[in-house]
Write a protein that binds this ligand. Structure first.
Ligand code: ATP
Ligand code: MG
Length: 359
């Protein structure tokens, strides 16, 4: 079954709510793709980073969580959070945000791709028209907690919050984005900026883009101010191939992009440490969805597609591509889609359909 290489070791964390329902479908498809394409994979399941674990132990993760999952090749993550029982600042900051920081996952990556059978809020678009990636800087920029409030409650009250851009931080996200653009047929990169309004950090960002572009002569690149860029996501999504943005701009674009192509139930994401010094996390964009948890009706496609991104990250391109094709074919058949997409398949039936298509 394998090419003699040591199996990839994947840490699996199902987490909360529908995470527990979609992860088994994701694993079903991953196992099938691995078998068909001669990829050896070993899965280790962990019960932490969940409300159940918190209820028993009073914390989201064990103290030695880094020893437990830090040596794995990747982390396959369902969803965490149950706001009615535990505030997000405990559940999220006690798990995913820790991974992001401690494992230096400085890239957040999301595809924007119009799939068959998924109604897009954009009129007159068909599958194939929209197919690009949003690359978000994930560790610095606008989301620093540097700043403060002076004279609170008085007329003189003021607040300051700083943006931090380091050369290392900016260059490494740009390098990832240019590499990705170079690997794609269109070889086109778009940078999100706002140097006409944010007069110090954004011109610096632009300067680094220009410097990085010199190392990628085959990549065509352009830049747009964030205001017109968001408009163009809606008006001209076909213009884009790889779009890179700072933490704040990337955050906005990585929600807007997938929203333009349909339901939250199918969108995947990666929080990536490209060098592989630490494991990267692959998880659906959706959360634990308490309103539908336990009913077996959640759409497993976001989880399954995240598995394809994980294989791609590990360098297993044929297996990854097989999953994406199987997703497209499954979504193309109404009876195989879940209810959020107008079908009547349950979570398991949809997952099995994708696995069969892979086979
Ligand atoms: P979080 O804060 O954890 O990111 P959220 O509470 O903002 O999550 P979700 O948990 O993603 O949002 O749910 C938002 C809505 O989308 C809910 O009504 C939920 O039922 C629906 N939803 C989310 N994921 C799926 C899915 N996989 N299949 C079907 N519906 C989904
Ligand atoms: Mg929520």
């Amino acid at each position: 079954m394998s090419n003699g290489r040591k199996p990839y070791r994947i840490a699996v964390i199902a987490g909360d709510g529908i995470g527990k329902e979609v992860v088994p479908e994701g694993l079903r498809v991953l196992e099938m793709a691995a078998k068909k394409h001669g990829v050896a994979v070993h899965f280790d399941q962990f019960d932490f980073a969940s409300w159940d674990y918190y209820e028993k132990h009073g914390e989201m993760m064990p103290e030695d969580w880094k020893e437990k999952i830090g040596k794995h090749d990747a982390i396959y993550f369902g969803a965490v959070g149950w706001p009615a029982k535990i505030p997000d600042h405990i559940s999220l900051w006690g798990s995913l945000i820790k991974f992001r920081r401690e494992f230096d996952q400085y890239v957040n990556l999301r595809p924007v791709r119009l799939m068959p059978g998924v109604p897009s809020p954009l009129a007159n678009r068909k599958p194939g028209d929209i197919d690009f990636w949003v690359v978000r800087e994930n560790t610095e920029g606008e989301y620093s907690s540097v700043g403060g409030r002076m004279f609170p409650g008085t007329e003189r009250e003021f607040v300051i919050q700083e943006t931090i851009m380091t050369r290392t931080g900016v260059d490494r996200i740009l390098k990832f984005a240019f590499d990705l653009a170079q690997s794609r047929p269109k070889k086109h990169l778009t940078s999100a900026t706002k140097s006409n309004g944010i007069s110090i950090t954004m011109p610096y960002w632009d300067e680094r883009v220009e410097a990085m572009a010199k190392a990628y002569p085959k990549v065509k690149w352009d830049k747009y101010h964030i205001d017109i860029l968001t408009a163009n996501f809606v008006l001209h999504p076909d213009w884009f191939d790889v779009v890179v943005g700072s933490n704040l701009f990337g955050d906005i674009l990585s929600d807007l992009g997938p929203a333009c192509t349909g339901t939250i139930g199918i969108a995947p994401s990666g929080n990536i440490n490209p060098e592989g010094n630490f494991p990267s996390v692959f998880e659906p964009v959706h959360g634990s969805a308490p309103d539908i948890a336990g009913q077996g009706i959640a759409n497993p496609i976001g989880m399954i597609w995240s598995g394809a991104m994980m294989l791609e990250h590990l360098g297993e391109k044929p297996a990854a591509a097989a999953i994406v094709t199987a997703i497209e074919r499954t979504l193309g058949e109404r009876t195989l889609r879940t209810r959020d997409l107008g079908g009547n398949a349950d979570t398991t039936a949809c997952g099995k359909a994708v696995a069969e298509m892979v086979e």
